[in-house]
Write a protein that binds this ligand. Structure first.
Ligand SMILES: Nc1ncnc2c1ncn2[C@@H]1O[C@H](COP(=O)(O)OP(=O)(O)OP(=O)(O)O)[C@@H](O)[C@H]1O
Length: 425
């Protein structure tokens, strides 16, 4: 028997759970697809396409809807001799300037043997090349700029949609599809960019548990053999997905993780019984994924980020949360000094709390100080304590183990109602 043997007991097609899989139908997105399709209809009519801007949180189907509609559009456009459609997909992750986007577009449009250097030209020259290349290609050009919020200057976002209006293009028709999961990006666009780039805006809301369940059922049918999934598994993955962020990617990942854990058990058994993916696999899978996500998030923070998180964690264990930033400060200052670092000014410390909130480690509540006061924010820990502690190894070593953590570890739970000022031992 070889070291590797093909196992086919659980998965029929595991790749159907991977990110790059394109489902044949998109579930629960009828309204958005309808609007999107209407915006692309001018292409088939041989008219100038609309510029479309899609926004919504991560994992809500923006890219999947785009791939789905554009592949249909490409197929349907090929039926018409007078339509010459060119599609260009560009993910802007890692491309922060208009210059970089423009050079990448030029190279996407050119043959391998005719590529330009990505540095060294004046920006206006690269734009000229882009207009010349587009006009030489002619026809209708749809350019998808996924994760467009990575672009830090407006220039290309203004120039591309207006290229015809500004007489930079005479032959080619052009339509831009911008995709973003950063709501502030859209709000912060200058009015002139907004009016050209966002001709048609389509918002993709987060999925609820019912939507996610349908998406998972559709995927599971392709990915798994019949009868290997316990009935409770898909509703549970969907419920977790809806609770987390309404993100289809996370729910699909969780289902795959549960499948993988079940498969590992199967592989280690000599005589596999009936193989079933159970709720226990989902729970274990969620724990594994969460651990990975937390470790990744925490590893990416600076030491001050770690100190702020550790401060909040100890305050949480003392039942002091939700807590204002100014009340976290004495603990943070103490920890920073113990770690031999100069504490940051209050504003910078607050920035770290906001970053922790963005990572989903901390949740924030806006509060009102009464009729004459302003609003203020309160922070609370929003993540499994043991997971955070295990990712904070280094800082625990620098600062020492706070008494509240010692108690937590020996009791296995937070001491409720204990507000005494605990000290290090
Ligand atoms: N309505 C749906 N039906 C079937 N699968 C879906 C649906 N929505 C999303 N998915 C799947 O969920 C995963 C994430 O979707 P997608 O990449 O489109 O999200 P997104 O909104 O573009 O997220 P991001 O902003 O992070 O790029 C993909 O595997 C996609 O196929």
């Amino acid at each position: 028997m070889g070291l590797f043997e093909r196992d086919t007991e659980i998965y029929k097609n595991r790749d159907a759970l991977r990110e790059d899989y394109q489902p044949e139908e998109l579930v629960g997105r009828d309204e958005e697809i309808q609007m999107y399709q209407a915006s692309l209809q001018p292409v088939i009519n041989g008219e100038q396409p609309n510029n479309v801007f899609l926004y919504g949180k991560t994992g809500v189907g923006k890219t999947a809807a785009t791939r789905y509609l554009l592949s249909h559009l490409e197929e349907d456009a090929s039926q018409y001799d007078d339509i010459d459609l060119h599609l260009t997909f560009l993910n802007c992750d890692g491309l922060t300037s208009s210059y970089q986007i423009a050079t990448r577009l030029v190279n996407e449009l050119r043959e391998e043997t005719n590529q330009i250097s990505t540095t060294g030209y004046p920006r206006a020259t690269v734009y000229e090349m882009l207009w010349d290349d587009l006009d030489a290609l002619g026809g209708t050009n749809l350019i998808v700029l996924d994760e467009v919020d990575h672009v830090e200057d407006d220039s290309i976002l203004y120039q591309l949609p207006r290229a015809r209006a500004n007489n930079n293009l005479s032959e080619a028709k052009i339509g831009i599809i911008g995709i973003s999961n950063d709501f502030s990006f859209r709000d912060d666009l200058s009015p002139k960019v907004k009016s050209s780039l966002c001709e048609q805006e389509i918002h993709f809301p987060a999925y609820d548990a019912g939507d996610l369940q349908k998406i998972l059922e559709q995927r599971a049918q392709v990915a798994f053999h019949d009868g290997v999934i316990d009935d409770a598994v898909i509703p549970l993955c969907a419920a977790y997905g809806a609770k987390d962020a309404g993100d289809a990617r996370q729910s699909i990942d969780l289902l795959m993780k549960a499948g993988d854990l079940a498969r590992e058990e199967e592989v280690t058994q000599e005589q596999p019984d009936e193989i079933v993916i159970t709720e226990a696999h989902v729970e274990a899978g969620r724990h594994d994924l969460e651990r990975g996500r937390i470790e990744e998030g925490i590893n990416g923070l600076t030491q001050h980020g770690h100190l702020v998180l550790y401060s909040l964690l100890t305050l949480h264990l003392q039942d002091e949360t939700p807590i204002r930033s100014r009340d976290v400060r004495p603990r943070y200052t103490n920890f920073a000094q113990r770690a031999g670092r100069d504490p940051l000014v209050p504003r910078r410390m607050r920035d770290h709390l906001s970053e922790l909130a963005m990572l989903g480690l901390v949740s924030v509540t806006e509060r009102n100080e009464g009729r004459r006061g302003g609003t203020y924010r309160e922070y609370t820990l929003d993540m499994d304590i043991e997971l955070i502690l295990s990712a904070l190894d280094d800082v625990l070593e620098d600062v020492g183990i706070h008494d509240s953590v010692k108690r937590y570890l020996s009791d296995g739970e937070s001491p409720e109602g204990d507000t005494s000022l605990l000290e290090f031992q």
